[in-house]
Design a binder for this molecule. Structure first.
Ligand SMILES: [Mg+2]
Length: 266
């Protein structure tokens, strides 16, 4: 497997491209290189509480001025893609923010409070006891049940904040049921990325800083996986991990160097 044969790169954001609103060194140059060489790339997020425009604007502010919503893939979009395949006109009881509600409505679903076809959990900072209790009642009735992503924590302003995984646990405790999930590390996110980008498995790579989400998803989906050590994973974690990436680099800067070297030898 060669880096230079990769045509489509999927990037995790936090810990891979930036940390605490600061791009890692060499990131701007790397993306300029990919653009110059006609490689396609996308940024993936499990956070379904914001839509693509929010992330595109964030990346623009960090210096990636060419970034548009077309560069962003969210777990909410992956969820919508898979639910549309099951029932494009579904009536959905949704736990989610206004942004996520808008995405579901735009996709042609009807959001309902009674008699839903599906119950869908998204990251929901407006969650109330009443909403949660209602979702549980539908889930106990056996209504098909889905969640956008499984993370227990996500980055907040100055500390990690409680995320969807905790709500899934609460629902499981009461109903005994678990949802089907679409975000990282589930390969359904890549299935959506393949459809959205028109890319091929053989020439698509997932780049990220977490073994059990980014790399696990790449492996399960059968695409190339590239680990960077700028985030959560340290080199010593690799020895004991059941998920082994195809490539490991200290940061995107060294991935850029390796790719450039390979391409100059072609
Ligand atoms: Mg990350």
């Amino acid at each position: 497997m060669k880096l230079s044969t990769m045509q489509t790169f999927l990037f995790d954001m936090d810990g891979t491209v930036y940390l605490e609103n600061q791009l890692f060194p060499g990131v701007l140059e790397f993306f300029d290189f990919l653009r110059e060489h006609g490689r396609r790339f996308y940024f993936l997020t499990n956070n379904s509480s914001r839509h693509a425009l929010f992330y595109a604007t964030k990346l623009q502010k960090l210096g990636l001025h060419w970034c548009t919503p077309s560069h962003i893939i969210t777990s909410g979009e992956a969820c919508i893609f898979h639910l549309r395949k099951r029932n494009p006109r579904a009536r959905i009881f949704l736990l989610g923010t206004k942004d996520l509600e808008m995405e579901f409505l735009r996709a042609g679903f009807t959001l309902v409070q009674d008699h839903p076809d599906f119950v869908v959990l998204g990251f929901d900072k407006t969650l109330t006891y009443q909403k949660l209790d209602r979702a549980c009642a539908f889930i106990r009735e056996g209504i098909p049940f889905f969640a956008t992503h499984p993370d227990f924590a996500c980055p907040g302003e100055d500390r990690p904040i409680l995320d969807m995984g905790c709500i899934i646990k609460a629902i499981e405790a009461f109903t005994g049921r678990l949802p089907q999930i679409f975000g990282k590390p589930y390969p359904e996110m890549i299935e959506y990325a393949l459809w959205r980008t028109g890319g091929k498995k053989e020439t698509m790579a997932m780049v990220g800083d977490r073994l059990y989400t980014d790399i696990a998803m790449g492996k399960k989906a059968g695409i190339t996986s590239i680990l960077v050590l700028t985030g959560e994973t340290k080199e010593e974690d690799l020895a004991t991990s059941s998920w082994q990436p195809d490539f490991v680099f200290p940061s995107l800067k060294e991935l850029h160097q390796a790719l450039a070297k390979e391409m100059s030898n072609l």
